[in-house]
Design a binder for this molecule. Structure first.
Ligand SMILES: *C/C=C(C)/C=C/C=C(C)/C=C/C1=C(C)CCCC1(C)C
Length: 201
């Protein structure tokens, strides 16, 4: 759908929509793949989930850079900070879940990286660029995306926290929650960007 709509919007918006399409596509492929793993082995598909996240989360973060870039000039530093922040967050999360690191120790740098991303989009250079824009469509999309990253994404560290700190490891429950959250977070991001692109074209 995002790929089809790509043709309806102005050229400067095409990259953002292509990325949204990619994110949804990767998630869909992974979802069916994970379901197979789950059904055939009965094990929690942690590795596959992280592969999915590692591909899609940096893409989602880069969307902040892309929507701003559609209407103004954005320094490459913003791009790299968002990219590296999201990879660090997931890298430590995985290290914790895979047992490379103590799960509780890994939680700290992973959370720090998440807060760092939040800081960048609320207070950092990206937010200052957004505040200075004369484009209400982009600003509205930006604001909704920041809410998704803070509120929508908080479900993941909470799941991790309950799993590893409270000892309430219920993999079935956790997987269901993660799947619902993934679905919602990825689609909502795409819809927000699409709405801004159409309104602005
Ligand atoms: C489509 C998939 C998305 C949006 C996945 C997002 C995942 C996170 C925001 C994960 C965050 C974590 C922490 C902040 C700390 C504990 C470890 C993680 C990886 C669960």
């Amino acid at each position: 759908y995002f790929f089809i709509e790509r043709d309806r919007v102005a050229g400067k918006w095409k990259t953002s929509l292509t990325v949204s399409g990619l994110v949804t596509l990767i998630a869909a492929v992974h979802y069916f793949y994970m379901r197979d793993v789950w059904v055939s082995t009965g094990t929690s598909p942690t590795v596959f989930r992280y592969i999915d996240w590692l591909l899609t989360v940096p893409l989602l973060m880069i969307e902040f850079y892309l929507i701003l870039s559609a209407v103004t000039k954005v320094p490459a530093g913003v791009f790299w900070r968002l990219l590296i922040g999201s990879i660090a967050m997931l890298g430590f999360g995985y290290a914790g879940e895979a047992g490379w690191m103590d799960a509780k120790m890994a939680f700290i740098p992973s959370m720090a990286a998440w807060f760092y991303i939040i800081w960048e989009i609320f207070k950092g250079e990206a937010s200052q660029i957004n505040a200075g824009l004369a484009n209400a469509n982009v600003q509205k999309a930006y604001k909704t995306m920041t809410l998704l990253v803070t509120v929508g994404w908080s479900i993941y560290p909470l799941g991790y926290f309950f799993g590893y700190f409270m000892g309430t490891q219920d993999p079935v429950m956790l997987n269901v929650i993660y799947n619902v959250a993934d679905f919602w977070n990825k689609i909502a991001f795409g819809v927000v960007i699409w709405a801004a692109a159409v309104a602005d074209s």
